[in-house]
Design a protein around this ligand. Sequence first.
Ligand SMILES: Cc1cc2nc3c(=O)[nH]c(=O)nc-3n(C[C@H](O)[C@H](O)[C@H](O)COP(=O)(O)O)c2cc1C
Length: 128
Amino acid sequence: MLERLLYRSKATNTLGSLHLFNMLSEARAKNARMGITGHLLYTEEVFVQCIEGTPEAVESLWKSLKRDHRHYDLELLARGPQETRRFGDWTMAFSSYPSLNRFNMPGFFSVEKEGMSAEAERCAQADI
Ligand SMILES: Cc1cc2nc3c(=O)[nH]c(=O)nc-3n(C[C@H](O)[C@H](O)[C@H](O)COP(=O)(O)O)c2cc1C
């Protein structure tokens, strides 16, 4: 069975390319081990992340996320079972401003000030 969880949080510190690259690299390695896929959006010190995987894997990551002091005010937006993965190709796709992709990470989708990437729109759909 598959579950999807969507939340929003605030970044504790303003993050630059290097921090984001390191955080994503670690997250992706662990997600690969846990069978988690998803998408993280970071704009204006706000995160919106969707994670999908088995209910056990999603619950375990959610517990870790709630303990993580790099963000706060975590707000659960949606959570429930789903039939198919929306981000099956990515251990964690990442959308942000082009200036925050100095290290050319794979699975990066550019967000311009005026609009979201299609991936970010797909992530934020709260229908479950
Ligand atoms: C915004 C944000 C997104 C994160 N996304 C993930 C993720 O997708 N997968 C992951 O394993 N850790 C992610 N982390 C890191 C986790 O919060 C946690 O530090 C990591 O999973 C290790 O957890 P543990 O110490 O409980 O093993 C993220 C952290 C932040 C602040």
